[in-house]
Design a protein around this ligand. Sequence first.
Ligand SMILES: NC(=O)NCCC[C@H](N)C(=O)O
Length: 305
Amino acid sequence: MLDETRKDFTLQARRKGGGTAPMTHWQLPNETAPLSDVLLGSPAYLQHLATSSLSRKHLRENPCNIQLAQSQHAEMVAAYESFGVKVHMLAPEPELPMQVYARDSSVMTPYGAIITAMAQWWRRGENYAAIRQYEALGIPIYDMVTAGTFEGGDFNVIEEGCVLIGCGGARTNEAGARQVAGWFEDEGWEVKLAFIDEYYVHIDLMVVPIAEKLTAVCRDCTAPWIVEWLEGKGHEIIDVPFRDTMNLGCNVMSLGKDRVIAPERSRSLIDALRARGFEVTAVDTAEISKTGGGIHCMAQSLRRG
Ligand SMILES: NC(=O)NCCC[C@H](N)C(=O)O
């Protein structure tokens, strides 16, 4: 017999045309409410691959020391735990060298998890691993992307019922982006599509929610309409320098209640947050980030609020 927590699992909770009921045992109203459960990926089988301009440059010049990256990951896990966040770890699989980036293979929403469609063949198995993980946790699958490619770093919940979807072509393509956009428009959300250059990989490199009406943005590489749109909603913008952004310095994780986990090297953002009274735990993730992602890319919020 299925235990209480697993009985909510289903492979397609989405109601066609909208009106899907939000989850009952889990909740995720937005990306800035207090975080109590997070999904992370193990770096046990991490490899440094040429996945993007970013990771290729480091591979050429100064490849990732995997052991050091693993110890940095352990420190990041400890940071979540020190804030009382329960860490759920994807079961590591030797066939999945990028599984540490738990943000991308699925996307948690108020209705359950979207199973994405990874663009690069060496990441596709992560989608199946994510399904198994949600089954084990009793989290319903909202739906699975079938029309094109879609990666979780491109689903950026700005506030409750409002999402910015990144579309760089090489990762999330237009067909995938429009399919997901349509689902959330049907649910009554405000949805904006941001076409970005594939150099930036995902939209969460340059736009990341920090707190209610407070967003970190790299103005130098974010389309001005996005900044104006956020400001129009009353968001204060913390500008993150371009160089820091390309080192994943904007890619931080909000824990809610004015607490943030940020990469140690992102001095400008850390100082700006501390000046506003935020509690910032700075973790050195520079070695992991040579493989192309940061703290936000490595985390999938499972429960907030
Ligand atoms: N959300 C993200 O930006 N994820 C980073 C993914 C990094 C990984 N090396 C990749 O290129 O797929």
